[in-house]
Design a protein around this ligand. Structure first.
Ligand code: WT7
Length: 637
């Protein structure tokens, strides 16, 4: 599809931006009018950041899947909606057209209905990167159930926390998932999670790896059996549920500065409008483009730029199963060439890891179908940017550096491919509708250019977070209470002489490890569960591949005799409690932590030591016991 909201020149961008600030309601109403609605909205926007209360397209009625699917059937029914490249080279790839996807989503929505899922119910999805994952999500959206996708790398304990928080009674999973040379069990992990979640009524299991699984009578059902029941029923039509614009579409859990992940809630209409608007404009999508996003659908990037944004635009989403480095480090380039992808959207950590393999994996790769390159997830260092530009883009492709967050629903700050200027390591300019503000610690706005501070947004955009599931106050405290009447991002940033934004990283206790967000408090909680641990403090440090590494200082009841074994044991506990992504890179046993007289851990000092800046620790005179710092320094690893 083409949309008249597509910006095609720098001049047009400036005009769109100016209008979005001067007349935001008119601006977004013109954008929203290009979607398919059951009933148009009465009012564009009502908002109050202090509560927070944000509503877009009030009383509008729609179903996002009618925009992702039904709308395209007449003109584009035989166009591929999803191209899927499997982990193993011997297995054929799959192409699913819009007609077929529509059919499959309807069928699976019918399965959900047969199993008692109703509008508003929460459905947890824990699957690998196979087409049945977007099919399951869209089937939920079709019948108005709220999906909560949990990344396949999270542990049973993490799943159980999320199931309880969302009170999800339904689960969709796989027997296992392929990741490189390994088949990772998924259903077994669900079984462990369910020991503490007796309220779960139904688990639907898709067979992918033929890993042996336990299937509990009455609770666990095979996907294929449920589908054949629907076929026996003659595939009854499954009309999409009419949703209010503000009905929740999904929950996605993400880490914050406290120990417990938050369930970020996104709306139906606002999310749809902004996901599509940002997709079309940032990547300059044109009909026929094949969009290859390498993210996992378990993260917001996959939700918006593998599933909803791409499908609402009628595009072709190329997704893959496996790893960028398996069977070799040419994997992404092979997929690009095989399917002639036009857009490649990946993460700096993937680029850095592939850089490490040198140029051999690029030999005989054409990469000549590509038109646009993108990155997301963390600040991209200049070296990685130039490698991407030179070796993948051959210095002829625009690179978009897209800054955004789970809470934002879509890209907020980025250049528009080939339309607005790029600058290495800068996300550059805000999209229309996004009003960034830089504030100092006191919340005073810092105006002008060549300035840095904390990044806030002063006006709502359609896909802003609506609440944190089950705890609205938490949403207010986290995002809307630090600075009055502004959304606080938790990121620090710099604005250069041209007004371009450079995101410099988190200013709160949140780490960004390989583009994954991990709260230091979460890791500390996990470490503290290990027997013998009295206290721990976790900080980030610069890591060549991951962006940030995790450094843990741990106090035990007595110094372990076998430090290496104890480190391994603690890693095991972290893996059990959170998952392998949260495993510390370094664990140092200490006898004390630097604390103020009021008992607060001085993380600044611990960060400096982890970074290796042991001679430049600043003022330590306010510490309760300055001697602990010397001890920590001498035993640094
Ligand atoms: C945090 C959000 C949104 C998709 C992936 C991560 C960091 C994200 C960039 C970028 C610098 C970036 C920020 C942000 N971040 N993109 N282009 N440049 N930093 O989503 O897990 O919600 O993490 O990732 O620190 O706050 P997330």
């Amino acid at each position: 599809m083409s949309f008249s909201f597509q910006i095609r020149s720098y001049e047009e961008y400036k005009r769109a931006y100016a209008k979005s600030v001067a007349q935001p309601e008119e601006f977004w109403s013109e954008v929203a009018a290009q979607f398919s609605w059951r009933k148009k909205w009465d009012k564009v926007l009502e908002w109050d950041f202090r509560k927070p209360d944000v509503k877009w397209f009030i009383n509008g009625k729609l179903n996002i899947t009618e925009n992702c699917l039904d709308r395209h059937l007449q003109a584009r029914g035989d166009v591929p909606a999803i191209i899927w490249e499997p982990n193993g080279k011997d297995e054929p790839h799959r192409v699913i057209t819009y007609d077929e996807l529509h059919f499959k989503v309807n069928q699976f929505a019918q399965v959900l209905r047969n199993n008692g899922v109703c509008k508003g119910d929460r459905v947890c999805i824990y699957m690998g990167m196979i087409p049945e994952l977007p099919i399951a999500m869209l089937a939920c959206a079709r019948m108005g159930a709220i999906h909560s996708v949990v990344f396949g790398g999270f542990s049973a304990q993490s799943i159980s926390d999320r199931l309880q928080d969302a009170q999800a009674e339904f689960i969709i999973t796989c027997d296992g998932a392929y990741r490189g040379a390994k088949a990772i069990p998924l259903k077994n992990v669900i079984d462990d999670a369910l020991v503490s979640c007796p309220f779960v009524k139904t688990v639907i299991v898709y067979e992918r790896t033929k890993t042996p699984v336990s299937m509990i009578k009455g609770r666990d059902k095979w996907w294929h059996d449920e589908i054949s029941k629907v076929e026996t029923q003659g595939n009854p039509a499954m009309p999409a549920e009419e949703m209010d614009a503000e009905d929740p579409l999904f929950i996605l859990y993400t880490s914050g500065s406290t120990g417990k992940p938050k369930g970020v809630v996104h709306s139906s209409a606002g999310y749809m409008v902004y996901a599509t608007y940002s997709f079309v404009n940032v990547f300059q999508y044109t009909p026929g483009d094949i969009h290859f996003c390498t993210a996992d659908i378990g993260w917001i990037t996959g939700h918006t730029y593998i599933v909803y944004g791409v499908l609402c635009a009628g595009g072709t989403s190329l997704m893959y199963e496996g790893l960028p480095t398996w069977p070799d480090a040419g994997r992404l380039w092979d997929i690009v060439d095989k399917h002639k992808a036009h857009i490649l959207y990946t993460a700096p950590t993937a680029i850095r890891s592939l850089m490490g393999y040198g140029l051999a994996p690029l030999e005989r790769k054409k990469l000549d179908s590509l038109k646009v390159l993108g990155t997301v997830g963390e600040p991209i260092n200049e070296e990685a940017w130039h490698w991407y530009d030179e070796h993948i883009g051959k210095k002829r492709l625009p690179i978009v550096d897209t800054w955004w967050q789970t809470e934002n629903g879509g890209i907020l700050i980025s250049n528009l491919a080939g339309v607005t200027p790029a600058k290495p390591s800068y996300a550059t300019l805000p999209l229309p509708g996004i009003q960034p503000v830089i504030v100092d610690e006191q919340g005073k706005e810092i105006t002008g250019n060549n300035v840095s501070g904390n990044l806030c947004i002063r006006f709502p955009w359609p896909s802003i977070i609506r609440t944190t599931y089950g705890d609205h106050e938490r949403c207010r405290l986290n995002y809307f209470a630090t600075y009055d009447n502004m959304y606080f991002t938790g990121d620090g940033c710099y604005r250069d002489e041209n007004g371009y934004y450079r995101i410099t990283g988190r200013v709160d206790d949140v780490l960004n490890v390989s583009g994954h967000r991990i709260g230091t408090a979460e890791v500390e909680n996990a470490i503290n569960m290990h027997t013998g641990v009295l206290e721990s403090a976790v900080v980030g440090y610069p890591h060549g591949l991951k962006g940030q590494g995790i450094y843990a200082y741990v106090i035990m009841d007595k110094m372990p005799e076998d430090m290496v074994l104890m480190q391994a044991d603690i890693l095991q506990t972290v893996t059990r409690v959170i998952g392998p992504i949260a495993r510390p890179d370094k664990i140092q046993f200490v006898t004390g932590l630097p604390k103020t007289r009021s008992g607060k851990i001085m993380r600044r000092i611990l960060r400096k030591i982890a970074e290796g800046e042991i001679d430049n620790l600043g003022d330590t005179s306010t510490l309760l016991d300055p001697a602990v710092v010397d001890e920590i320094k001498t035993r640094k690893i």
